[in-house]
Ligand binder design. Structure first.
Ligand SMILES: *Cc1c(COP(=O)(O)O)cnc(C)c1O
Length: 445
């Protein structure tokens, strides 16, 4: 097993996260269960925040990309760490506001923000909206006018850098529902358009080149393209770049195919971005922009594990051995969506050698309901506690009630003590909004 900051194996041979024994957590809270290590989350937030402070004169803000994991407690932690957040829907905005998160440090994203979401954002007085359509600029302008304000916006642009986990490519035309392309002139056109709007204040640009990226060079290239573009817009349109938002996307460890980066190691990614911004600014004679960064996965991903109980085991000779757990695609749809890879371990026998290759199956009525395929484990038995590592990002946030399974609760571990941050669902919760029309109601004779 990888030596990880947040995980260790204790004297009982049990997996620990943030100082809490996973077997005890499973007994106390039941399974399936999402567990988060608060210390890891805070350390990641602080690493990004302090790197901006140290290497960029604090002239910027780290925004936690809350779509990775959104609930009230995580917004409280982000607030206490003095960072900002980005939200991508009215629901995330509502949750952040309910948690008392300061509106001026909230940024709003989305390729198709609904009219009421824009209204809610303006009513709340959020810091900035990242616009991604002409119609959106019109709407923001009109809503801002009604309220007698000028709303700050950024424009989402496409620098033509497409990054994937282990490689990146430069593309002339970008086929994406997000952003406006620099190379085909559409980013320039929308810049000119936004500048004509009286109740919109165009502060700068946003780009996000992808996710689970380890190549520093792909981020640096995107920065260079954005800065070159800003210089061109200064020349052509007398536009002054005040803010540059570089999005998220830093990769994390899921399996030993990925690089393992300690929390402090992520500072290097930000430092590389900062030095690219600085050198381009001086080359092009631009002021240093206020710098924003939106890490999601790298803040919360490795901070989380999911605990399951092993149930049915099915050995199909010469084909596969399936280990079924009490969760599945309803708590982690990422294998079904993108064949994402994960590392499972037996939390109650974490010190044992792996002896067989198995596949972890969920309990949904769907053959593709798998958590991991062909992974190494000790010989698992019914009743073992199975931990799947690095499930903090895009697991709970993507969970669903398929088959009317209950979305598992979340607990937060702090100095070895765990408490709920999302309570368990009940069957009543699942059926709460169901309505039986009068004519279908069961007749009592
Ligand atoms: C998803 C997303 C992020 C976060 O990406 P991670 O890979 O989780 O760091 C940041 N910004 C935008 C606009 C996104 O869509």
């Amino acid at each position: 097993m990888n030596e990880r900051e947040t995980l260790k194996i204790n004297q009982l041979g049990h997996l620990e996260i943030g100082g809490a024994d996973c077997v005890e957590l499973a007994q106390k809270f039941g399974t399936p269960l999402y567990v988060f290590d608060e210390a890891y989350i805070r350390k990641m937030m602080a690493t990004y925040r302090d790197t901006l402070k140290k290497h960029y004169e604090d002239n910027g803000l780290v925004l936690y990309a809350s779509k990775a994991f959104s609930c009230k407690a995580i917004y409280r932690i982000a607030d206490e760490e003095n960072i900002g957040v980005d939200v991508v829907s009215g629901g995330e905005l509502y949750t952040a506001l309910q948690a008392g998160f300061p509106a001026e440090r909230i940024y709003m994203h989305g390729n198709n923000k609904l009219d009421y979401e824009i209204g809610e954002a303006l009513d709340a007085g959020i810091g900035c909206i990242v616009a991604d359509a002409y119609s959106e600029i019109d709407k923001i302008d009109a809503e801002a006018k009604k309220r007698g304000i000028r709303q700050k916006i950024l424009l989402r642009i496409n620098p033509g850098v497409e990054a994937h986990t282990h490689a990146f490519v430069q593309t002339a035309t970008t086929d994406s529902k997000f952003g406006f392309s620099i190379s085909d002139g559409t980013a320039e056109k929308i810049t000119a358009y936004a500048m004509t709007k009286e109740n919109v204040c165009l502060e700068g640009y946003h780009c996000h080149i992808g996710s689970q990226i380890f190549e520093k060079q792909s981020f640096v290239l995107a920065v260079e393209k954005c800065m070159d573009f800003a210089a061109a817009m200064k020349e052509k349109l007398s536009f002054t770049l005040k803010t540059l938002n570089l999005g998220g996307g830093f990769g994390i460890w899921y399996t030993d195919e990925d690089r393992k980066i300690p929390p402090e190691g992520y500072a290097e990614y930000l430092e590389a971005l900062i030095s690219a911004v600085k050198s381009k600014a001086s080359e092009k004679g631009l002021e240093l922009p206020y710098l924003l960064l939106e890490p999601g996965r790298s803040i919360i991903g490795e901070a989380g594990v999911t605990l399951y109980t092993v149930g049915a085991i099915k050995d199909i000779p010469g084909v596969k051995k399936y280990i079924a757990v009490d969760g599945g695609m309803f708590d982690n749809p990422r294998y079904a969506l993108y064949q994402s890879k994960y590392t499972p371990i037996l939390a109650n026998r974490a010190d044992e050698e792996n002896t067989e290759i198995v596949s972890i199956a969920g309990k949904c009525c769907e053959s593709g309901d798998l958590i991991a395929v062909n992974v190494a484990l000790p010989k698992a038995e019914s009743g073992d506690i199975l931990a799947v590592l690095s499930t903090g990002a895009y697991n709970y946030s993507m969970a669903m009630n398929y088959n009317r399974n209950k979305i598992p609760p979340c607990v937060l571990v702090n100095e070895g003590q765990a408490e709920y941050i999302v309570r368990p669902q009940s069957y009543e919760d699942i059926a709460r909004n169901d309505v039986v029309p009068q004519r279908l109601q069961k007749k009592t004779k």
